[in-house]
Design a protein around this ligand. Structure first.
Ligand code: AMP
Ligand code: GLY
Length: 418
């Protein structure tokens, strides 16, 4: 089978790595890919968001299956476009991906179907939004409606901070059209847990729970990032919590999407907060998280392609999905300056040595002509290790990261140390 994976980060490297383990996969391509993906797949120089070019390439090259991993092409309808061109594709339709692409849609869905989430109000005008913030007081949460690279959320500790977040989204258009409308939410408290689930429109199958670390610096300091590391499973996600989430959140969400005529097929990401009043939804994503994907896929014992095909054909309930009863940790090595501006093009050393005990997924790397791997993004590598306990997985990942060097490299020292 010839397979194309769309995207070019650590998540896509993990997906390619797992798909490549299936002997039926005789050809693997990735667009645009990166320096590490190039070792196991052929990289195709097409931007992940270029729907027309991607479909044309997949058709011309007779792909048997396409996996669309990032949020933007999903929201743009790349899965629909592939299917319309006769190419089977994994991922939600644009109509289903809206559960991530519009916070207003997802908040409204939760309200109408009784799925627990933070109380909220939506604003299209700035003055009423500012007034509401002053009336409610702090802490309070301000969110841009659309996709904003995971950075469109401000958990404001003071009214002034909330006001300035509203102004920067609505007047200064910090996130462009994504901030034309804002959602202002009650601030919830409690530990956060993420659960990813394979869905086929009707059934869902949960992956092991995980947690990511969004802030750039140790002790959850510094600016928000796409994610500086992740681990699995979460000690907060007990069997009792899992049962409650399944009953009050997971099954109702899948049923709601089906009832809305937007059956969700793909990976549904539940960002949860375990509040004193029970588990509540912080956010939905319509895809694997990055770096959550790297930790959960490293625990998957079954074949990923078979699961993805079952999600598409509505037969997920017939697949036996097995997970290794172990722990996993992914440590992101980033370029100095990230998530702000940073330099690219620095040579990376120690990859082979690190790879003897861990799997080093590449995120922002490229390959120079002589084969040297260079930095090419903010999040550069995701050093991923498994072990019988979380502490062992964490220690192995840190030991492996200790072998790797590039100029201005930085990483958090407290990933998975819970
Ligand atoms: P999101 O992009 O919606 O996941 O938000 C990013 C982060 O902001 C979450 O992981 C939470 O830590 C925090 N957050 C979002 N919404 C709330 C809320 N209503 N109450 C407290 N924290 C929140
Ligand atoms: N790591 C968070 C995300 O992928 O949305």
């Amino acid at each position: 089978m010839k397979i194309l994976v769309v995207g070019g980060g650590g998540r896509e490297h993990a997906i390619c790595w797992k798909l490549a383990q299936n002997p039926q996969v005789t050809g693997l391509w990735c667009a645009p890919g990166n320096g590490g993906i190039a070792e196991i797949a052929q990289c195709v120089d097409i931007a992940a968001t270029d729907v027309d070019a991607m479909v044309a390439w997949a058709k011309e090259n007779a792909m048997d299956f396409v996996v669309v991993a990032p949020d933007d092409p999903l929201a743009l309808g790349m899965v629909d476009a592939m299917e319309n061109a006769g190419i089977p594709a994994f991922g939600p339709s644009a109509e289903a991906a809206v559960i991530e692409a519009s916070k207003i849609f997802s908040k409204d869905l939760m309200a109408r179907y009784g799925i627990p989430s933070a109380r909220c109000r939506v604003f299209e005008e700035m003055d009423p939004a500012l007034e509401y913030v002053r009336e409610q007081g702090a802490p309070i949460v301000v969110k841009a409606d659309g996709l904003a690279l995971g950075k469109g959320v401000v958990v404001a500790q003071s009214v002034e901070e909330a006001e300035s977040a509203v102004r920067s989204m609505m007047a200064d258009r910090k996130f462009g059209d994504a901030g034309t409308r804002v959602v202002i939410e009650e601030c919830m408290t409690g530990p956060e847990v993420t659960v990813l689930a394979f869905c086929d429109g009707e059934h869902l199958s949960c992956m092991p729970s995980c947690q990511d670390h969004k802030r750039a610096l140790d002790g959850n300091q510094g600016p928000n990032t796409g994610g500086m590391g992740a681990f699995s499973p979460s000690p907060n996600y007990t069997p009792e919590v899992a049962e409650e989430c399944m009953r009050t959140i997971f099954l109702p969400t899948v049923a709601a999407m089906k009832a809305e005529g937007r059956p969700f097929r793909g990976v549904l990401y539940f960002g949860l907060m375990l509040t004193p009043d029970g588990p509540k939804v912080v956010e939905y994503n319509a895809r694997f998280g990055d770096p959550e994907c790297q930790v959960v896929l490293s625990l998957l014992d079954s074949d990923l392609l078979e699961i993805m095909q079952a999600c598409r054909s509505g037969t997920l309930d017939q697949v036996d999905i097995r997970w290794r009863p172990e722990a996993a940790c992914c440590l992101v090595l980033a370029s100095g300056g990230y998530p702000g501006s940073y330099e690219k093009g620095y040579p990376i050393s120690g990859l082979e040595q690190a790879g003897s005990s861990s799997v080093v997924f590449h995120a922002g790397t490229c390959r120079a002509e002589a084969g040297q791997i260079l930095t090419n993004g903010g999040r550069v590598l995701g050093v991923t290790a498994t072990g019988p306990t979380l502490a062992e997985a964490v220690d192995t990942a840190y030991a492996a990261a200790g072998c790797i060097e590039f100029q201005d490299m930085f990483f958090r020292r407290d990933i998975g140390r819970v």
